[in-house]
Design a binder for this molecule. Structure first.
Ligand SMILES: *Cc1c(COP(=O)(O)O)cnc(C)c1O
Length: 376
């Protein structure tokens, strides 16, 4: 059986977790959390990185920092995970869904401006599969309309757009370290902040509305309650698990990219015959092989393909049910313009197994079965 995902594991995780335990510092912001924050700051060239308990929470922090409130509108794709919308709905805002581009499955940048109203507060591009949205256009629209840009870079750590790390182009970026992502800590994430002016407030919001971060740095001699806030910092044990992965980030990335290239080459004959579609990586984008997906002709063909793969011990999956068609999406959000591609393309998409421990032999077996399905 080839499962769909195996959480990344490098072999050093338990060593670092016991180090955290022996240091008797397993609460948040211990040595491993600091190491992870600094590594991300250096690798992505970001002003400030704060490890969080999830990407959902990092996005919630961004929504708080952006002062998104009741009635505000936030432009985002409908083809995304629920967290993208949840973080803003929780603040009383309205997600305004815009159609995607069929090539990258990302927000169609040419449709954003028409969705802007006087209530629009932010644009939330989602870098699907770790492939960048058209950020120059998005940033230009945002600057002209005085909107904030919050990148849902949950899938995009180690990816770049024109040389810049995804998650660092907008005002805020959010990474995920869920076990389904390229690097993991079980549950976890990070908030990336570009402007110094948000850093102190972010630290306070993340630490229950207290200035405890300042206290730990010795900048004040006691800490107190200074603002509203919540608890968004992960245990240092989780950060220790993540550190074992960040330490080997380049190896993990290279291995995933090799598997991705192998899928792409072996399935190319099917694409050339017009039997299926393969992912598109626009010029200027470097991706991180977060996932490998193919697109079947339609929903019916995809259903048969998934069943065929399952019969052959390969677990592949589809996603997302477009948010605007889900009960909460109908209740809290609205779709601006026409849904030309969101529903249609999401019904064709099929994700093949992709994880660090996957082998070249397994990929060959999978591509062989996909070819068999298409009688090639
Ligand atoms: C995984 C994911 C999230 C949520 O990440 P968590 O760390 O589980 O909160 C949000 N957005 C997208 C696009 C994702 O893929």
């Amino acid at each position: 059986m080839i499962v769909f995902n195996v959480p990344p594991y490098t072999g050093r995780e338990l060593h670092y977790i016991s180090e955290a335990v022996e240091a008797q510092k397993i609460c948040g912001d211990g040595a491993f959390t600091k190491r992870c924050n600094e590594w991300i700051e250096q690798r992505t060239d970001t002003k400030k990185c704060l490890l969080t308990t999830s990407c959902t929470h990092a996005t919630e922090l961004a929504a708080l920092l952006a002062q998104v409130g009741p009635g505000d509108e936030v432009i985002m794709p409908s083809f995304t995970f629920v967290s993208t919308a949840d973080a803003f709905v929780l603040r009383g805002a309205v997600p305004v869904f815009v159609d995607i581009r069929p090539d990258t499955m990302n927000l169609d940048e040419t449709l954003i401006e028409a969705a802007v109203t006087e209530r629009t507060k932010a644009i939330v591009p989602v870098h699907y599969a770790g492939v960048a949205c058209e950020m120059d256009t998005i940033m230009d629209i945002a600057r002209r309309h005085h909107l904030l840009v919050i990148e849902d870079a949950a899938q995009a750590i180690m990816s770049t757009y024109k040389g810049k790390a995804l998650g660092t182009i907008g005002d805020f970026g959010a990474f995920s370290f869920h076990e389904t992502k390229n690097y993991s800590m079980g549950e976890g994430g990070a908030l990336l902040i570009q402007d110094e002016k948000y850093v102190e407030e972010a630290e306070i919001l993340r630490e229950k509305g207290t200035n405890r971060s300042k206290f730990f740095r010795g900048q004040i001699d006691k800490y107190t309650w200074v603002n509203y806030g919540s608890s968004y910092l992960p245990s240092d044990m989780n950060a220790a698990y993540l550190w074992a992965q960040l330490e080997m980030a380049d190896e993990i990335n290279a291995h995933r990219l090799a598997l991705w290239e192998q899928y792409y080459e072996q399935l190319m004959p099917l694409k050339e015959r017009g039997l299926l579609e393969l992912p598109v990586i626009p010029e200027g984008c470097v991706h991180n092989a977060h996932m490998f997906y193919i697109k079947a002709k339609d929903l019916e063909e995809r259903t048969r393909l998934l069943a065929f793969l399952k019969e052959n011990d390969i677990l592949s999956v589809f996603h997302y049910i477009p948010l605007h068609t889900a009960p909460a999406g109908e209740r809290f959000g609205r779709f601006h313009g026409e849904d030309r591609f969101t529903t249609r393309e999401s019904e064709r998409l099929c994700r093949l197994p992709m994880f660090y421990r996957l082998t070249a032999e397994e990929v060959s077996y999978i591509t062989g079965k996909v070819k068999e399905f298409y009688h090639l």
